[in-house]
Write a protein that binds this ligand. Sequence first.
Ligand SMILES: [Zn+2]
Length: 494
Amino acid sequence: MMTKPSPRKMSHGVLLLGVLLGLVSCASVPTESAEAALQRANIAMGASALRSISYAASGTGATFGQAFVAGMAWPRITLSSFSRVADYENAAFREDAARSRAEPNGGGAIPLMGQGEQRTTGMLRAGHAWNMVGPAPVPAPLAVDARTHDLWTTPHGVIKAALANKPTLRQRTEEGRNLSAISFSLPGRFQATALIGPNGLIERIESVQPHPVLGDTASVITFSDYQDFGGVKFPMRIRQTQGGFPVLDLAVNEVKTNIATGIEVPALVPAFAERAVAEKAADGVWFLAGGSHNSVAIEQKDHMLLVEAPLYDGRSSVVLAEAKRLGNGKPVRFVINSHHHFDHSGGLRTAAAEGATLVTSELARPFFEKTMANPNRIKPDALERSGKRVTVTGVNGKRTFTDGERVVEVFYIDASVHAQGFLMVYLPKERILIQADAYTPAAPGAAAPARPNDLHLNLVQNIERLNLQVAQILPLHGRMVPYSELLAAIGRKG
Ligand SMILES: [Zn+2]
């Protein structure tokens, strides 16, 4: 409620304001602008003449999105080596890591506990992302947002990004220390607040980035133990949390400044487009390949059932459209999610936006009910734009879907180290098994591993426990194979 002040009261107010302003200026407390605070950081950090930087480190990390149990912390990994290159002039970035498991449970394409390291290389330049798999570049459109975030939340990158993106400033006091909190936004990519200490060094970055599963997702990056490298200050310790759990704890051992980075976009990367390639597995059953993650479309009398909506809107919208086309326009009414790992669930929001009911394990249902209600405002996805409420239904051990003719059974894969609430789908009449991550076929003709893979053994144990008469496997990575290939991989004759 506003009441019109009387002229007398107003003059009192103006007088009071004048007194207050006078007091402030008399006390000569400098009110620093955002630009001035950033210039102070620029000088203290040696950022203005810095065109590129690289650092090498080792420490611990975590496989973000690969929790053993939905909603729990990301599985810990050991980083025997880790390096990043930030090329600020060309908006280019590179990350190399050698990773091994520090705990047995959870997902990620890392060898099982005690069975070796995985080496990864991720690249970015000017809004294009790709991974190096040996000498071959593989487009990674899903990684653009995360790598753009990682480039511009390096200690010097954040100063440059803030200066270029209308920074605002608030003062914060933490444990008696005054910090300048600089906030800015890279529209469609992320929002961040950088905390500058009294000495001008960047102490922490709090950011929010979009995510296909979690929606708007918070990170906190902490920099400490700064050292001087020819006038450039760099933290020797870097820690980060993402989505509420630790993802990095690095001890930096080498820093190089103004290096030639040589990061160029391979021609095939900008030309990349998602496509779903349908292969008929049985009447009314199609294997949808054409990317790193497959899906399966199953026709019912008056609707389609889709197994797996992976990765992100860009992948899953193509898969959903192909499923509808194969069913001559029948709507996709159910999407079965093999498990909660983000690469296998990144298109669930897309499917929900089209009105599909999400079918997941009863263990993961509360997690997805929560994430589906999260906003994704920084980069609104199909669900955010649709404003729809999402229906999530759980499978507890076993559930059957049927239209009276075709039977689709969903079972738990029990006692897997990969995930709890891990689902596989079985079509008894067609004798088809659909599963993710428990078994990815090796290259055709490859010899069986000397020691059987524990995930393969566990899958066969589950198939035999349930007495499933599997003839063919439709894996959600790799190619369709006869069941005999899985048996051969564990050293059994088909
Ligand atoms: Zn997985």
